[in-house]
Design a protein around this ligand. Structure first.
Ligand code: PLP
Length: 394
């Protein structure tokens, strides 16, 4: 009889979003028509910017004519997109060869697929609280997971110490859910650790576009030695509103070797076997993001979310509630007031002021007693949620 990957049975059910939707449903059944202020969503609410829409339309037109039609695209990405992404890195002082940039269908796909490169016996260290896909993708692969808890004492930015041991290391900065961002020197400690121990860092830079402090690194490759120990996974989802359009990119330096293997060559082999490239139309839309006009327009959208963050942060400041994030990330991570638990605080906000957030314990055990607000909602809803929060908790 066929043998199945029974590691799937070890996956914990994702209670978080299911529980949230069940609680909302029960509330609305009891209170039909009551407006809700949704500060829990991780999806964007603004449409694609004009420059991207124009490029997508033009690319559709290209596909209608024999002379400009494109069939299969190169598996690792269209040269025009790989080049413009490499130039974007160069503008920040990170010099990459074009074939170190791989175009993807988004960060989620890559975070799972990239595990093909590593033996199942390798261990994966996940800094928690964390984006749940890191743990689940490794459980599916039957890999041993080391959970590294973080907390207020280290600003949710833990560093390696003499007890740290890991083959794969997940680092998400700016972080989902905490909004915390590693400084250069903090990140350098992880890079040095990985080089000394032969580990590989999977650096999730999905939220780099939200960094506004000039001294914080957008890319791990801004740090000395990162090209011999890191893979960077990035996405246009939050940067440019591509959550439903789907496009991302992954950087694998050619200098990254482990166990006698070159990871860049392995990934070329992987992509050319397992994909047939990303759609020409989407890659044209993606390239438009990196033009000067595209950059200007995506920044305008990001600013809307940043204003939402400001509104929520001001409310929390006035209430004296501890939080981190918000300034360089689209998430605000707060301590539930009056010693409330995450779910208790969720129920309290839903029932009293119809504000919906995300309970922190959904991101790992050390998220207990914390709560996440997203800033991707509408400015009107965010202002009303902040007003209600102040009135309830003052
Ligand atoms: N990484 C993190 C930390 C995320 O929060 C998300 C989405 O919310 C992703 C990756 C997935 O991004 P994508 O839409 O590119 O799959």
């Amino acid at each position: 009889m066929i043998k199945m990957n029974t590691h799937y049975a070890e996956l914990k059910d994702s209670y978080l979003f299911y529980n949230i939707s069940q609680k909302i449903k029960a509330y609305l059944d009891k209170n039909p028509g009551k407006p809700l202020y949704r500060m829990g969503i991780g999806d964007v609410s603004l449409p694609l910017c004009d420059t991207v829409i124009k490029a997508l339309h033009e690319a559709v037109e290209d596909q209608s004519k024999k002379e400009t039609f494109h069939g299969y695209m190169p598996e690792c990405g269209a040269p025009f997109l790989r080049e413009i992404i490499a130039k974007h890195y160069a503008s920040r002082g990170v010099m990459l060869d074009v074939d170190e940039v791989f175009v993807s269908s988004g960060a989620s796909d890559e975070l799972g697929d990239i595990l093909d490169l590593f033996d199942r016996s390798s261990t994966a260290l996940v800094i928690e609280p964390a984006y749940p896909a890191y743990v689940d993708a490794n459980v599916m692969a039957g890999r041993k997971i080391l959970h590294l808890a973080s907390g207020e004492e280290n600003g949710f930015l833990p560093r390696p110490d003499e007890d740290t041991k890991a083959d794969l290391i997940y680092i998400c900065s700016p972080n989902n859910p905490t909004g915390a961002v590693f400084s250069r020197s903090q990140l350098q400690e992880w890079v040095d650790f990985a080089n000394e121990n032969g580990s590989v860092i999977l650096f999730d830079a999905a939220y780099e576009a939200f960094i506004e402090d000039e001294n914080l690194p957008h890319s791990i490759f801004e740090l000395e030695g990162a090209k011999t120990c890191a893979i960077e996974i990035c996405s246009l989802s939050k940067t440019a509103g591509f959550t439903g359009t789907r496009l991302g990119y992954t950087v694998i330096p050619k200098a990254l070797n482990r166990d006698g293997m070159n990871l860049n060559s392995m990934w070329v082999r992987n992509r050319t076997t397992k994909t047939n490239g990303v759609s020409y139309i989407l890659q044209k839309g993606g390239a438009a993001v990196f033009t000067p006009e595209g950059q200007k327009q995506i920044r305008q959208n990001i600013q809307v979310y940043k204003n939402n963050a400001k509104v929520l942060m001001e409310a929390l400041d006035s209430l004296g509630i501890w939080y981190c994030g918000g300034k360089n990330a689209p998430y605000i991570w707060l301590k539930c007031p009056n010693g409330m638990g995450s779910w208790e605080f969720f129920d309290y906000l839903l029932n009293e002021i119809q504000v919906v957030g995300t309970p922190g314990e959904g991101f790992g055990a050390c998220g207990k007693g914390y709560f996440r607000f997203s800033t991707f909602g509408s400015p009107e809803d965010t202002k009303e949620a902040a007003r209600r929060l102040c009135e309830l908790l003052k």
